[in-house]
Ligand binder design. Sequence first.
Ligand code: ADP
Length: 173
Amino acid sequence: MKRMEVVLGDITKLEVDAIVNAANSRLAGGSGVDGAIHQAAGPELLAECRTLGGCPTGAAKITRGYRLPAKHVIHAVGPVWHGGNDNEPELLASCYRCSLQLAVQHGLKSIAFPAISCGVYRFPIGQAAQIAVTEVAEFLKTDISLERVIFVCFDDMMQQAITQALDKLTDAG
Ligand code: ADP
């Protein structure tokens, strides 16, 4: 599908309507991509996050982007991987759906996702990539407002996983 693309790089540099943050449920900032986003956005982002009352796993909340090139940040809380029998796949799929819904509700046209849960939350990357690509593709089937959905990969392994999942989708027609 032409509206989906994969890029290798740092999500904090992207000039899009929204970047998604792999946040924790307290929306308190943290390590990995969360730390990088807060660092680049400046302290105003944490101040706005503190007004939101946290966010359950599988859900998402939106803030402004402050000093980021992106206009908004969508904070999605991915599941911690506990072996796969704790609803992890469904919760990860829900993160993607909720983020896309928020983007559409706010009239946004472009959104960039990091590999939610694939860092310290230890979700297996092949399965996570499959879920990410499938959820976005399903969403785009019924939505005509989003113009660009970017999967931002921080390393080659993740880029390969997303590329493979996108290829599978194309093969399946
Ligand atoms: P989680 O806690 O949801 O696992 P992490 O931030 O630990 O989140 O990792 C999620 C993914 O984001 C990992 O694949 C990691 O390599 C990647 N990542 C880390 N920093 C950045 C960044 N600046 N831009 C894009 N992706 C990033």
